[in-house]
Structure formats: C-alpha cells, structure tokens
Ligand binder design. Structure first.
Ligand code: MG
Length: 411
C-alpha cells in the first residue's frame, strides 16, 4: 500500500531510499515495482469513418493497455512484425521502447510512414498501460497538466460544400446545436472555374469563390466560433499566396496545408508572405519531420497527428520544439475515442495546445465505442482515472469490426 502523501513530507520522518521507491509510491502492480513484462500485442480494426486500428499490449501482471494507430494499409501487420521486439520487455520504459522499435525497424520505414504509425499505436497503448500500473492518468506521465479540459474543433461538411451559404448554415448548426466554438471547413472544393487541377494554379474566379466561402462562414459565426480552412496540399505557391492574402480581412483561425508538404522553402515562403495564419504538419512524421518546419518558422501553427506521428511522447517532444519558437499546436485527429482521448492527455500536458480535432460528427456511434464520456460541449475533460481513463465497449467494437477481424483476447 502506498504511503500517504502527507507522511512523505513529515520533516520528522526518516526514510530510506527504498521507502521512496516506486514500490511504495502507489504502484498498483501487486507483484511489486518493476516486476512486469509484456506478454503479447494484438490489433483489432474497427470500421469507423476511417479504419481505426486499435492496439492492445498485454502483460504478465494481468493489466492491459489500449492504444490506437492512425489508419494505413499494413499497420496491423507491422504491429505484429514488431511484437517480438517488445514481448518480455518492461512496459514502464516507454521512451526506451519507442526508440528500440525505431531502431529495430530502421530498415523498414521507421523514418516515416506506416511503420511510424504502427509504433504510435503501441506507444499509446504503453501510456495507457503504464498509467494503470502506476495508478496515474496518462497526462501525468508527460509531466502533469496545464489545463483540466482541452478544446475540440469540429471538422464540418455540407451536401454542397462549394455553396458559401450552405457552409455558413452548417457552421451555425454546429455552433448552436452541437455546442462547438471551433470549426474547420474544406476549402479545396470545386468552384466551377477550374481548367486543370493538376497544375495547382488557382484562377481568379476560384480565389474569389473561396474567399466568399470564408467570408460567409466567418461572418455568420463571428465571435461565437473560430474557423479554420483546409486546402489539403493542393496549390502552387503563387496561388496559395493570392488565396491567403484574399482572406486576410476575415477572422480565419488558420489556413491549413495550402501547398504540397515536401518543399520546406515553399512552405516557409507562403507562411511568411501573409498575415493569415498558416498550419501544416499532419503528414510529416516524428520530431525530425517537424524540425525544419519549426526551426525555419515555416508554420504559424503546427498540426501533428498524434497516433500517426510517433505517439504521445513524440508529440510532446514536437510541442516542446514548437514552444521554443512560441508556436501553438493544433492536433490533427481522425481517430476513434481512444486516440482522441490520448490526444487530449497530450493537449493537457503541453503549454502550447490550441485544440484537438474531431472528425466524426456524422458517425452516430462514435462516442459509444467507449463507456465514458469523451467530448462534451466542444471540450474533453481530461480524466483523472489511471491511464487514458477510457474503457472499450466490447459489444460496440464487435458490432463494427472490419470484415474478417477478430476481437481482442481477454486480459
Ligand atoms: Mg488537414
């Protein structure tokens, strides 16, 4: 049983190092401090609005951690490929295990892509697991929290996404009926003026049409909500520059990925050429992938996808690098409640968190996947329960398995 907090601070008490070891500081692992080993890793794919890849790490202590990897072909096979590298290891050594997996998979894509995504799913499960073993919420493993709740922005869609008034009507509905004060709309929508999208050039009519969408939405919700707009890496630098300048007069939260992601010089030039805040980051990997974006101040806001970029600690490291340039973090997210809650733990633990994305408002059973409440009134209250603080509803998981998938084993 853990010694109570007050007695630890009794100046008259005498303690040995052993008294203050993890064995007496609240470890719920009944077998004693670090005497725990990983025994298995399993995946289970759920057919959400994306194929959510849930990951479970099992231990000989009978405690199981649940995580989630961003979707991607081959992610479950890569998790299976990595299983021998973590079985027998101590799940409390999260940082070392992450680096171990990166090193073991360095010849198989650990710099970027689905290998990093698969590692992310294991890493998140380790945070859930370690939190349960240590009886602390996952955010505590990242250094404690700056905030009790994390703001969520809602990715919005309309039947006619090119109609400015339809977009404004949907913004109004999401603010008033769903309770969000932060939204995002796609801006790479057809305008009817296109000649050839392959050349990335925006004609004048297209720029004016997109500016009308931005004006209609931002003017409709005004101070009731912040609104971001996503371009999905579509335009040439000159077109991105003209679009960003055309919407400078409106209250744009950020303009996301206006240019393709591979060329940092172009990204930096576009960002520095406008007062419209520019965001990028969702399709680069690990802290190394974000290094130039941040060191060259090529983004005003950085947008890592936590269950894709390397996991919770890697996102914390990216946020730390961003914070040295005073850059806020808006976490891209298309995940189930598992990785969404994990992103919220990261958002609680970093100073520069702006918001976490919610990309599933059209999926009626999203919140049913776990037993606890996740998003309420456009916020996630970060739970004080051990680990991620969520419990899969296995009946809901079973109802929505991807064809051919099998449920996780019992702990
Ligand atoms: Mg995006």
């Amino acid at each position: 049983m853990a010694r109570d907090y007050a007695s630890l601070h009794d100046p008259n008490a005498e303690y040995t190092m052993r008294d203050l070891s993890s064995e007496t500081m609240g470890l719920s692992n009944s077998r004693g401090s670090r005497d725990v080993e990983i025994t298995d890793v399993q995946t289970c794919m759920v057919d959400g609005n994306f194929p959510w890849t849930l990951v479970r790490v099992y231990t000989d202590a009978g405690v199981v951690g649940t995580g989630e990897a961003y979707w991607g072909a081959g992610v479950p096979e890569l998790v299976e490929r990595m299983k021998p590298f973590v079985v027998g290891e101590n799940p409390l050594d999260i940082d070392r295990l992450f680096e171990h997996l990166v090193q073991k998979m360095s010849g198989e894509g650990a710099v970027g892509g689905v290998t990093v995504t698969a590692i992310s799913g294991i890493e998140i499960a380790l945070h859930d697991l370690a939190g349960k073993l240590l009886d602390v919420p996952a955010y505590q493993l990242l250094g404690g929290k700056y905030r009790d709740e994390v703001r969520v922005y809602c990715d919005c869609h309309t039947a006619d996404e090119a109609d400015p008034e339809a977009c404004a009507d949907e913004a109004e509905r999401v603010v008033e009926e769903l309770g969000y004060d932060a939204l995002k709309f796609d801006l790479d929508v057809p305008s009817g003026h296109e000649k050839d999208r392959a050349n990335r050039h925006l004609r004048g009519g297209e720029v004016r049409h997109k500016a009308r969408i931005v004006e209609a939405v931002t003017e409709r919700v005004k101070d009731r909500a912040d609104v971001a707009f996503d371009c999905h890496w579509t335009y040439s630098p000159n077109s991105a520059d003209r679009l960003a300048k055309a919407i400078e007069e409106f209250d744009v939260w950020w303009l996301e990925d206006p240019v393709p992601p591979e060329n940092h010089d172009v990204q930096r030039t576009v960002t520095k050429g406008t007062t419209t805040p520019i965001t990028a980051g969702e399709n680069v990997y690990r802290k190394h992938g974000h290094r130039r974006l941040l060191e060259e101040q090529a983004v005003d806001i950085v947008a890592p996808d936590m269950p894709k970029v390397g996991g919770m600690r890697e996102t914390r490291k990216i946020a730390d690098l961003a914070d040295t340039y005073y850059v806020p973090v808006a976490m891209h997210n298309v995940s189930s409640p598992v990785a969404t809650m994990a992103s919220a733990h990261v958002g609680a633990a970093i100073p520069n968190a702006l918001a976490v994305e919610y990309h599933s408002y059209e999926l009626g059973w999203w919140s049913d996947l776990v037993e606890e409440a996740v998003i309420e009134d456009g916020r996630i209250e970060v739970p004080e329960r051990p680990g991620l603080g969520i419990t899969l509803d296995m009946d809901v998981v079973a109802d929505h398995l991807v064809d051919g998938e099998e449920l996780f084993d019992e702990a």
